[in-house]
Design a protein around this ligand. Structure first.
Ligand code: AFP
Length: 350
């Protein structure tokens, strides 16, 4: 139930007041810049949300015909979301550089505007192939403090930082309701958008995820292209193979990362996009998708791995680098790492 329906409006906690309280509690010496950056993203989320909600009605729906750097067809709503994020973040003096999944190169601060101390990497509208069929989509963001000295333009190395150094990360889910979920390293907190007052209201404080979940989420049509050990893991999840430390799970897969991740975070589960013969490095992007969700998951008590290493420890070499991705309950992801560490030999039971 929406918070505004059960709590008097005079007593609800807005995202703005929550961020201020968190800052006062955990970083009283802070300048407020990170808080303001989160408001900027919240504002962009409201604008994108208003367009997503109109997508079935407005002429904005459909392919713009252009192809992005990942070789995917870019849709008009992606462009709108990308422009909205740029507009909200480039001119405030808080960022020194942006990077978007939709742009090949980092996005500099326009001439004449102040540069700040943060880089923001984002996927403006993830799962966009789902827009036309009215399935949930999301925006993902990742914030780092710049590492280049001074207050001149940001550099590529400001973006190429391991997930562990994120100062904040989060996502907006445009689902049956719109939610903004974020962490600044003090737990994971979820806010539901109340369209009647135009505010994100605290609905899910201190989200935690169980070490073992009930769901597994993976695109099983890739089964023939997986390593034999990944096949074995999925057989364990399905229950057609038994291992002492793994009970069978229920399958749920939307094909929209934010929606799949959000469900598993709240209800318990593991999401996997392993490497396969078609995508030898995996499909998902380390900086725009894997690292921010890994940060949130660890903050919620879960874990994320590329199959052998924590996602948060990976040192990115390129902006659009991909990675295999296993994220969810801590013990579920450790189970994956354990099985992937074994020799790749056929299991005679399979
Ligand atoms: P689109 O943005 O092209 O819809 O891709 C979505 C996505 O990046 C991520 O949101 C999904 O988890 C994943 O790809 C789904 O990939 P498959 O269609 O290969 O399962």
């Amino acid at each position: 139930m929406r918070a505004s329906l059960s709590i008097p409006l005079s007593r609800v906690v807005t995202i703005e007041s929550f961020i201020i309280d968190q800052e006062k509690k955990h970083a009283p010496e802070a300048t407020g810049e990170l808080s303001n950056l989160l408001y900027d993203i919240g504002l962009a989320a409201k604008i994108i949300n208003s367009h997503v909600r109109m997508a079935g009605l407005a002429d904005i729906l459909g392919s713009a015909g252009a192809v992005n750097v990942q070789g995917e067809v870019v849709q008009k709503l992606d462009e709108f979301a990308n422009d909205t994020m740029k507009h909200a973040l480039l001119r405030t003096g808080r960022a020194c550089l942006l990077a978007s999944e939709e742009d090949e190169e980092p996005i500099p601060i326009p001439p004449g505007y102040r540069t700040g101390k943060y880089t923001i990497l984002y996927d403006p509208l993830d799962g966009s192939s789902n827009i036309d069929v009215n399935v949930s989509i999301g925006t993902i963001f990742s914030i780092h403090r710049r590492v280049s000295e001074g207050n001149g333009p940001g550099e590529l190395r400001d973006c190429l930082q391991p997930g562990r150094t994120q100062v904040a990360a989060g996502y907006v889910l445009y689902g049956s309701s719109t939610m903004l979920v974020y962490s600044t390293g003090q737990g994971v907190h979820g806010f539901t958008f109340d369209p009647t007052i135009g505010e994100f209201l605290l609905s899910h404080p201190n989200i935690t995820t169980p070490p073992v979940g009930k769901y597994y989420s993976i695109n099983e049509s890739n089964f023939p292209r997986w390593d034999i050990r990944v096949q074995k893991i999925v057989r364990c999840w399905k229950g057609t193979l038994t291992e002492p430390n793994m009970k069978p799970k229920n399958s749920r897969y939307i094909g929209s990362l934010v929606a799949d991740f959000h469900r598993n975070l709240l209800a318990g589960g593991i999401f996997a996009y392993p490497a396969d013969t078609k995508s030898p490095n995996g499909k998902l992007r380390l900086l725009y998708e894997c690292a921010p969700l890994a940060f949130l998951c660890e903050q919620a008590g879960g874990y994320a791995s590329d199959g052998s290493r924590p996602i948060l420890d990976l040192e990115p070499a390129e902006l659009h680098q991909r990675s295999p991705f296993f994220v969810g309950g801590r013990d579920d992801v450790r189970f994956v790492e354990e099985l992937l560490a074994q020799p790749a030999v056929a299991d005679r039971r399979a």
